[in-house]
Design a protein around this ligand. Sequence first.
Ligand code: SF4
Length: 341
Amino acid sequence: MQNDVILEVHNLHITLDFDGEDIPVVQGIDFELSAGKVLALVGESGCGKSVTSQALLRLLPRELRITSGQINFQAADGQAPVDFVSLAKDGKKIREIRGNQIAMIFQEPMSSFSVLHTIGNQIGEVIRLHLKASKAEARALTVELLDKVGIPDPARAVDQYPYEFSGGMRQRGMIAKALACNPSVLIADEPTTALDVTIQAQVLELLRRLKADDGMSMIFITHDLGVVAQIADDVAIMYMGRIVEKGPVGEIFGNPQHPYTVSLLNAIPRLGDLSARRELASIRGSVPSLFERPPGCAFHPRCDSFMEKLCDAQPPPLTRLSPIHEVRCFLHQAAEKEAAL
Ligand code: SF4
């Protein structure tokens, strides 16, 4: 692993066990997360981004299985990197890392909180379990965390129940819970999708502050390229279990090369378009079912640049357009060959 890389995924394959048949869900993805950076995994529903994020912490449901690949994590203690794939799924080592060194926040905060206990008890429990703190210390730290994530009157909020929090407050509470053990990596799975735009902006601002002030590294899962532009350093575009384009946000937004990325960017509403009452661009068709994966490039039934007998014959290989920009599309394979001559 390179010096500043904290998490490295290499050739990861995940399959779904369906009646004894292995259905590919994630097919050989590679990415790296550098310390203090935000990497966004982007795509429509069903492209494999949430499955990938669950696999990172070995949290896949029973029917999904990592079949090969590596997930290497470099802990802050300077010890040799650990490959999560080699660890027992619910073993002691991965349980120590989950929550402690890598934490996760979800789209729906109520999935992280029990309705029966106060917010303070639930965050405090994490602190006591992982940091071996006393009850009083855990409570004091919980109040500090609630304050840090911008919960008003945290000394009072610590004794409230989740149902007494608004949607935005619950999301902040979940972020506080994730931060309880001061993790070095935060995995955020569509954390702003269920929020209205005002609260979404506040939560994004909070996450940006965590990155700037605490040097937090993040993997941000989203279908929304508008959100990516606001928070991420690097972006990997996923389609049907493959990364089809990857690079720094400025490069991918300014110079998109995969037809799917171009379509996603064209689908972002722009203020001028709305005032001119122009129709919003949309991507033709929808992501096929895992059971009906198109042959060749899985995007080909939706692609305006489709080339018969090429795009539907075999999956396109990875093309490195520059040291920072990779794409999987036959349109660029020819360009790479020409450049090499
Ligand atoms: Fe379109 Fe072919 Fe490129 Fe796939 S490989 S995105 S079908 S041009």
